[in-house]
Design a protein around this ligand. Structure first.
Ligand code: MGD
Ligand code: MGD
Ligand code: SF4
Ligand code: MO
Length: 670
């Protein structure tokens, strides 16, 4: 028997990008553990990925190409050969191009894998050759990044691991213990040295339950809270005037705006006590090593970019950026990206039209937009994109040809005309650039691909050949693509240890001396650039159009949040296979709202709005507050998918979408 230990890196869309070790016996993976040498994940994986090998060898894995035999959505297929599947796709694509033009073809993909090669690389060339439409916008991160960039010029962040040096940790709109679990030990290190941990979230999450202080604003009101904090910081002169004078512009204008936001006014908007705002501002302004951690949650609002743009002003005002353990950390993805040369992945866009990935339902149901062929890989849009019922209607169209590359027959794949079998991370080569720490991770394939599954790169090569596309980029193998894209990286070390740190100083303080990425190198407390696009150049609280007090709220008075809730789900991945290990789905409602509707624990409840309806058991919860409801997101199936209800309005700028500005009503049915 031969036994081998193979190093890899988790590919999931998760800030932790953990290192792992796979034990392979005679070509079969028998054990998978965290890599104990990985400086950030330190030998631990998570309740999702601890059972990854079950996923790899799952009897329901798609291991051969499939062709649809039943009606769209039924998930009935017959197994076929690669040749037949490729021929069918090539024939249909040629027909679509001849009849409707290349732009009638639409690619849709997300971050099912975050690997450099397998996320998005050769697909760019394939679709460029077809003259296909391009995908634009983002389900995750782009609005947060654009918001930070409005103040800083780019989305650069502090090293998350530096939270261990903080004296005050504010976890703002992020559920660290669930979504970013390997950061928590570093937060605990800070706490062991006396730091206070504050959580700001509309829901009393498990992270809030572990905090020293939990502040519970109404969703979508944080900008008012931040303006209230600024009001107190300025009034009590807790400002680092030297830092502000040297490294920012617009302090006077911002101070005038903040003057309008007394703690009383802010508290009223946020549903808080003014004393909470006074105390938090005093604590924040009197602590130099104050570390704000945020991820994605707050981006999923109409005013999502404004949240991040405003948040970015806080550590400038107090000069927290000067100190290790101070500042703000959202994603370090831009730092990883800077280490990668993406030239080989880029294809000419030739002015091809771009369609929003967030509005897939509208795109597929609109005859004017006219999409006739859809490719989906690395994502499950029926479950992950808002306004899901519209997507199902679009996918059910007879005159739409849908191709999905997947490991499983997801809710989306059930509508495919052709499903191609995709390898899992332990069957493919890649390099994972992290967004939650400063280490690039290598991923050696540990086992040969199961069945006839192929990495995404190989799928695009085969499709290019089937379409007669000639382009030398398709002749390069995965190893060559990686080596050429990582010019300054010690690849031998990456392969040997599984990770290398980005070439940054050990004490990485991005803005200690200013040096913001704006044209003048300063933080823009007042932004001419925003003014130039017709937006408010200063932080401003704008209530959501679909929010409390709006016209819609008369019919649908409850705000519905649908965040990540289960430790064993990663977005919609695992939700089918770990379903029996998580409780749910359910409708979480505050006892006061339940009483007003005659709803008791366990009652069947119809949750609805104009977009759709779900029938779920009620769970009376002390995690919420009156007016606020929640459904855990990620479950498959029309009866369970929270995105049947969610709002697909675009955020203020940046291209994400307002999932969390969703209003519903709930009626007891049984
Ligand atoms: N277990 C698990 N881990 C995951 C994932 C998963 O599905 N499961 N998904 C991964 C992915 S793709 C991502 S992007 C990250 C996301 O990581 P997070 O951003 O931490 O996760 P979210 O659940 O999107 O949102 C975090 C919190 O934001 C709160 N929130 C919503 N609206 C507001 C608001 O207006 N103000 C404030 N202050 N808070 C608000 C929600 O109540 C929620 O508790 O997690 C990753 N990690
Ligand atoms: N209501 C609500 N909706 C949300 C969110 C929320 O918090 N609430 N979160 C949003 C966020 S932050 C995100 S990031 C998105 C995530 O949404 P998606 O990116 O759609 O995430 P998943 O549903 O996990 O789908 C990933 C799919 O990729 C497949 N996959 C994995 N690896 C590979 C591979 O190597 N090759 C191929 N071909 N396929 C692969 C997996 O099998 C899986 O089915 O959802 C968004 N939607
Ligand atoms: S999903 Fe996240 S926490 Fe789990 S192993 Fe992967 S990177 Fe680590
Ligand atoms: Mo995400």
């Amino acid at each position: 028997m031969t036994t081998e230990l193979v190093l890899g890196t988790c590919h999931h869309d998760c800030p932790d990008s953990c290192g792992w070790v796979v034990t392979v016996e005679d070509g079969r993976a028998v054990k998978m553990r965290g890599n104990p040498d990985h400086p950030y994940s330190r030998g631990e994986l998570c309740p999702k990925v601890n059972r990854f090998l079950e996923r790899v060898y799952h009897p329901e894995r798609v291991l051969h190409p499939l062709i649809r035999t039943g009606v769209k959505g039924a998930g009935e297929f017959r197994q076929t050969s690669w040749d037949e599947a490729l021929d069918l796709v090539a024939t249909r694509l040629r027909e679509v191009i001849a009849e409707h033009g290349g732009e009638a073809i639409l690619p849709w993909s997300d971050a099912g894998t975050q690997g450099l090669l397998q996320m998005s690389f050769l697909d760019n060339h394939f679709f460029a050759h077809l003259g296909a439409s391009r995908q634009t916008d983002s389900l995750c991160g782009a609005t947060a990044r654009a918001g930070l960039a409005a103040t800083y010029g780019d989305g650069r962040s502090a090293d998350p691991m530096d939270v261990r040096f903080a004296e005050l940790v504010i976890l703002w709109g992020t559920n660290t213990r669930l979504t970013n679990r390997h950061l928590w030990p570093f937060v605990e290190q800070a706490r062991a040295r006396g730091a206070r941990v504050v959580v700001i979230d509309p829901i009393r999450t498990i992270t809030a339950g572990s905090a020293d202080w939990f502040i519970q604003p109404l969703p979508g009101t944080d900008v008012a809270l931040m303006l209230g904090l600024m009001h107190v910081l300025i009034r009590n002169d807790l400002i680092d005037h030297e830092y502000v004078a040297e490294h920012s512009v617009g302090y006077e204008q911002l101070a005038a705006r903040a003057a309008e936001w007394s703690p009383e006014r802010a508290a009223e908007v946020c549903g808080l006590d003014p004393a909470e705002i006074e105390t938090l501002a005093t604590l924040y302004g009197s602590t130099s090593r104050s570390f704000i951690r945020t991820l994605i949650g707050a981006e999923h609002h109409e005013n999502g970019a404004m949240f991040f743009r405003t948040l970015a002003c806080l550590p400038v005002l107090t000069g927290a950026w000067r100190h290790r353990g101070g500042g703000l950390s959202r994603s370090v993805g831009t730092l990883s990206e800077a280490a990668i040369d993406m030239t080989l992945a880029e294809a000419d866009d030739d002015g091809r039209r771009a369609l929003s990935m967030n509005r897939l339902g509208e795109t597929l149901t609109s005859p004017e937009i006219g999409v006739h062929a859809l490719f989906v890989w690395n994502g499950n849009p029926v479950v992950s994109v808002p306004n899901a019922a519209a997507i199902r209607r679009g996918l059910a169209r007879d005159d739409l040809f849908t191709v999905v590359s997947e490991q499983f027959v997801t809710d989306t794949a059930r509508y495919a005309d052709v499903v191609f079998p995709a390898t899992t991370q332990i069957e493919q080569l890649d390099m994972v650039p992290a967004w939650g720490h400063l280490y690039l991770g290598w991923n050696h394939p540990a086992i040969a691909p199961l069945g006839e599954a192929v990495p995404n790169t190989e799928l695009w090569r085969r499709l290019a050949r089937a379409m007669g596309i000639e382009d030398p980029v398709f002749d390069l193998d995965d190893g060559s693509l990686l080596v050429r894209s990582l010019p300054g990286i010690d690849i031998e070390e990456l392969k040997r240890s599984g990770f290398v740190r980005l070439d940054l100083p050990e004490e990485f303080l991005p803005y200690a001396e200013g040096g913001f990425a704006t044209d003048d190198g300063k933080a823009h407390l007042y932004s001419e650039a925003l003014a130039g696009t017709g937006r408010d150049p200063l932080p401003s609280h704008v209530p959501a159009r679909e929010g409390p007090g709006s016209e819609a709220s008369r019919r649908f008075p409850l705000v519905l949040l649908t965040p990540k809730t289960h430790t064993r789900f990663l977005n919609s991945s695992y939700s089918k296979h770990h379903a029996d290990r998580e409780s749910g789905p359910y409708f979480e409602i505050d006892p006061a709202d339940a009483a007003a509707r005659g709803i008791e624990e366990g009652d069947r409840v119809r949750v609805h709005n104009d977009r759709g309806a779900l029938e779920l058991p009620a769970r009376l919860s002390d995690r919420l507050r009156p007016g606020l409801a929640a459904i855990p997101w990620g479950w498959w199936g029309e009866e369970a998918n929270a995105n049947v209800l969610t709002n697909d309005t675009a955020s203020d700028w940046g291209g994400a979408v307002a999932f969390y500005d969703t209003l519903v009503e709930a009626v007891k049915t049984g």
